[in-house]
Each structure stands twice: as C-alpha cells, then as structure tokens.
Design a protein around this ligand. Structure first.
Ligand SMILES: NC(=O)c1ccc[n+]([C@@H]2O[C@H](COP(=O)([O-])OP(=O)(O)OC[C@H]3O[C@@H](n4cnc5c(N)ncnc54)[C@H](O)[C@@H]3O)[C@@H](O)[C@H]2O)c1
Length: 251
C-alpha cells in the first residue's frame, strides 16, 4: 500500500462466512482487523483466530443498518489504532420474498442492511482516510445485481435492488473520493460458507452444472479478490465491480 505503515482494516459482518474468511486473509497479509457484527460468540471466535495469526483485532457488536454506531465505532478505531486503511462493507442479508409478499418494513430492512450500511460506514471512515491521504473501500454486491437473482429462492428483487444500488454508490463515491481513496465492488455468485444457504444445501449438484468452473465458490476465493483490491500496489482500479462466480452462465 502507498503508506508502508498502512495496516488497519474494518470488515463488517466479519464474524462468520465470507467476512470471516476475508478478515483472516487480511490478517495473514499483515493488517490489524476490526470486526463489526451482531453475533457475539462468532465475533469472539474470529477475534481469537486473528490474534492467533499475530495481528490485533477489535470487535464491535452493532447493527450495520444503524448510522450513529458506525460513526462511534470509526472514532473508537481511530482513537485506539490511529488510522483506517481499508473498509470492507461485507455485511448483508438476502430476502426471499417477492413483490406481493414483502411488507414495507421488510423491504426497508433489506435496503438498510445491504445498502444503507455502506453509506453508514463510508461516511464514518472517509474523514480518517482523507486525513491520511489514502484508503481503499470494497463494497459487497452480488451477481444478483446483474442477474436479478431469478433462479434463486433466497434472494429476490429487494436484495437485487439493494445490491445494484451498491454499484451506483461505488461508482459515484469513486469519483467523489478519488484519487486518494479507491472504491470498488465485488459481485460473488454462489459461495458456500460454513453455513451454506438453503438453496445450496438443497440443489448444489444441480447448480454446479451451471458454473463453468464446476463448483461453488468459497470464502477463500473471495478473500483473494478482496486482498488484491485492499492491498495491491500499485493499483489503477477504482469505481469498478468484479463478478467472481466461476462464470455462472445459467443465471
Ligand atoms: N454466500 C453467497 O452465495 C453470497 C453471494 C453473493 C453475495 N453475498 C453477500 O456476501 C455477504 C456475506 O454473506 P455470507 O454468505 O458470508 O453470509 P453469512 O450469513 O454467512 O454472514 C453474514 C455475516 O453478516 C452479519 N450480519 C448480517 N446482518 C447484519 C447486520 N444487520 N449488522 C451486523 N452484522 C450483520 C451476520 O451476523 C454474519 O456474521 C453478504 O452481503 C451477502 O449478501 C453472499
């Protein structure tokens, strides 16, 4: 990274799943990591794993949909560690309901967890990144932002809308915050975590026939891309979204 001392990352939703895998990879790369999640036991487990790698870890139990805690958490991290170099806005949740099933509250909640959370944490960390003159932001979108999630029973239009909104936010913030801060998004396809979603559990063999690389992705696959976008130097990439799906042609 441009500053050789740059080494603090925030991972939202970092207690388990893809976020945990990426947090561990960033720690292996030499970054200290702050995790934000709702799950206290899983946060403690991942913190232990990061510390076992010789890196420092802070954990915060908070709902990423809430604005005020994000600002406080960023202030705490800067207060304790003096800087924030990488923000991975990973936390998110699919919604399986269709247009005529979903309530207004459920629609708002899907937008808040997936999209507003990116605003909350970008707003919170950018002052520190600007003061440093550098920063990397990576926003978790989904292949559903492109495909609409039509074949998936776990993610319908509200999730696709939130994840597509993240692509607009990413491109726009890249313009607003560049050249010091680079902002990119990633769009995973089917990723099998330690608790795979119901669709992968029920239909993995069938789904894999629609993936050129013949398997579901893993958190480690995503972690390689996140590590690249978070730490590679030099980097001439901002405002982009990266589909990482093994080429899921049967959308
Ligand atoms: N798994 C996939 O196939 C896949 C594909 C594309 C995109 N994604 C996206 O990747 C991200 C991670 O997904 P995952 O599969 O690892 O899910 P997961 O459920 O295994 O992990 C998500 C983590 O985020 C946390 N989280 C959820 N809502 C939160 C909230 N409101 N506040 C704080 N923390 C919260 C959860 O507690 C959990 O630790 C999500 O944004 C998801 O939409 C996943």
């Amino acid at each position: 990274m441009s500053n050789p001392e740059a080494r603090v990352a925030i991972v939202t939703g970092g207690a388990k799943g893809i976020g945990r895998g990426c947090a561990l990879e960033l720690a292996r790369t030499g970054l200290d990591v702050a995790l934000i999640d709702l799950l206290e036991d899983e946060l403690a487990r991942t913190k232990g794993e990061i510390e076992a790698l010789g890196r420092r870890c802070l954990t915060f139990t908070a709902d990423v949909a809430d604005f005020a805690p994000a600002q406080q958490i960023a202030a705490d991290i800067v207060g304790q560690w003096g800087r924030i170099d990488v923000l991975f806005n990973n936390a998110g949740k699919a919604n399986p309901k269709g247009l005529l099933e979903i309530s207004e509250e459920e629609f708002d909640r899907t937008i808040d967890i997936n999209l507003k959370s990116c605003f909350n944490y970008c707003r919170a960390v950018v002052p520190a990144m600007q003061a440093q003159g550098a920063g990397r932001i990576i926003n978790m979108s989904s292949i559903n932002a492109h495909s609409g999630g039509v074949t998936s029973a776990v993610s319908k239009f509200s999730y696709a809308a939130a994840k597509a909104g993240i692509l607009g936010l990413t491109r726009s913030l890249a313009k607003e915050l560049g050249p010091q801060i680079m902002v990119n998004a990633i769009c995973p396809g089917l990723i099998k975590t330690e608790t795979p979603n119901a669709v992968i559990k029920a239909r993995e063999a069938e789904l894999v026939t629609g993936i050129v690389l013949n398997r579901c992705g893993t958190p480690q696959d995503i972690a390689q891309l996140v590590k690249f976008l978070a730490t590679s130097e030099p980097m001439f990439i901002t405002g982009q979204d990266f589909i990482i799906d093994g080429f899921q042609w049967k959308l």
